[in-house]
Design a protein around this ligand. Structure first.
Ligand code: ADP
Length: 395
């Protein structure tokens, strides 16, 4: 079997693996979920049998089990050529993906204060793969890195400057691996080069963010110091008045409770009182559930406002690009959002919006639209695999 590239994506309770060949074609993928819980489980995509995991399996056990399962099924060569890890926060140090060494690990650890839920699990994944494959080069790709091209006017909050200098308080932005993929893929589909292509890229999944990309570089983005800022998300509030914190505290809420509500009980879930899942919300709304219909309205209106805001960073626009589970699949969200943007010249074609897959290059704009509108499935794993192959070839 040819040598492969292994991509590892550790979430707080999940581990996702993807295996690519040297030409960046995907060979296999696998996932372990509910890690550190009694009912932890794993499976290989496309395989009917679940992979047995011990109760309370951690990231390391899940990795070992899934790697053996991939080998048993002849999907993985004895060891991959290289391994790529997704790491959420690279602070200001990492402007691009890097080969992992002990200094890199220390810096990822230093950034953990800015991403306490995410960086420690990424480090657990790196540690586990280093134990399993001690001689294989590993790289880290960061969700923040792509946004390191933001200018101070876009990344600084209007706070006393010492907060930035002493405590690194600034806007970092996230989903950078996905927005980078969009910048390149949109350029390819438009027949241009990334360095001459300017887009607005909306990643709409459980987490949602939107980025202005000027000539291939991120120049503004909706997420900030943490992935809580910006758009309405599945369970996250996005933007709120900072005065809310003091007000909720005056009503007796603790800092932890406020944090929990804004991150895990707000957004689509909070407004609808039912679910964070857009597909379910659409069904509920169709059955007359008004809070669900309102959640969709607020989601789309906030998104439309942010599309307008992103225009301030661009001198021309080649396309608005939508991705993520909602962006790729919800014609209703696309239609509702773009209905607010007619004044700016965005016009969606109703038929193409319903059947975007049937039309070339995922384009859904009406012939009268001032700008192309594209629906493009994101592929973050592919970006990481390519970065891993590139860095290892150059090393
Ligand atoms: P994550 O950020 O966890 O990777 P995804 O990108 O998979 O999430 O997006 C999940 C969201 O996409 C959910 O809200 C889900 O309901 C929504 N979604 C997926 N398919 C559809 C669909 N056909 N119609 C509407 N929403 C959809």
């Amino acid at each position: 079997m040819k040598q492969s590239i292994l991509v590892v994506n550790c979430g707080s309770s999940s581990l996702k693996l993807a295996l690519f060949d040297e030409r960046s074609e995907k060979i296999a993928s696998a996932v372990a979920q509910r890690l550190n819980e009694q009912d932890a489980f794993a499976r290989i995509d496309g395989d009917n049998h679940t992979v047995e995991l011990p109760a309370n399996a951690n990231h390391k056990q899940a990795l070992q089990t899934l790697v053996s399962a991939l080998r048993d099924r002849q999907l993985m060569a004895s060891a991959p050529l290289c391994i790529g890890h997704r790491v959420v926060h690279g602070g200001e140090t990492f402007r691009e993906a890097v080969l992992i060494d002990s200094d890199v690990i220390e810096t990822i650890n230093d950034c953990a204060g800015l991403a306490p839920l995410h960086n420690p699990v990424a480090l657990a994944g790196i540690e586990a793969t280093r134990e399993q494959f001690p001689d294989i080069p590993q790289i880290a790709a960061f969700d923040t890195a792509y946004h390191q091209t933001l200018a101070p006017r876009a990344y600084l909050y209007a706070l006393p400057e010492a907060y930035y200098r002493d405590w690194s308080v600034r806007r970092y932005g996230f989903h950078g691996i996905s927005h980078f993929f969009m910048a390149n893929e949109a350029a390819r589909r438009l027949g241009k080069t990334p360095a001459t292509t300017s887009i607005i890229s909306a990643h709409l999944g459980n987490g949602c963010s939107i980025t202005a990309i000027k000539d291939g570089l991120s120049v503004d983005t909706s997420m900030g110091l943490t992935p809580l800022e910006g758009l309405v998300m599945g369970t996250r509030s996005g933007d709120v008045d900072p005065g809310l914190f003091g007000y909720l505290a005056s009503r007796g809420m603790t800092l932890n409770e406020i944090h929990e509500v804004l991150n895990h009980k707000s957004g689509l879930l909070g407004i609808s009182g039912q679910t964070n899942d857009m597909r379910s919300l659409c069904e509920l709304a169709d059955h007359g559930h008004e809070p669900s219909a309102l959640a969709i309205e607020i989601f789309c209106f906030r998104l439309a406002k942010y599309v307008g805001a992103m225009m301030a960073s661009l001198s021309h626009l080649d396309a608005l690009v939508l991705t993520g589970g909602i962006g790729e699949n919800s014609s209703r969200v696309r239609e509702k959002t773009l209905s607010h943007l007619k004044l700016l010249g965005f016009h969606i074609d109703a038929d193409m919006n319903e059947h975007h897959g049937c039309y070339s290059d995922g384009r859904i704009e009406h012939a009268d639209s001032r700008f192309p509108i594209l629906v493009i499935p994101t592929n973050e794993e592919l970006v990481i695999a390519r970065e891993a192959a590139r860095l290892v070839a150059n090393s």
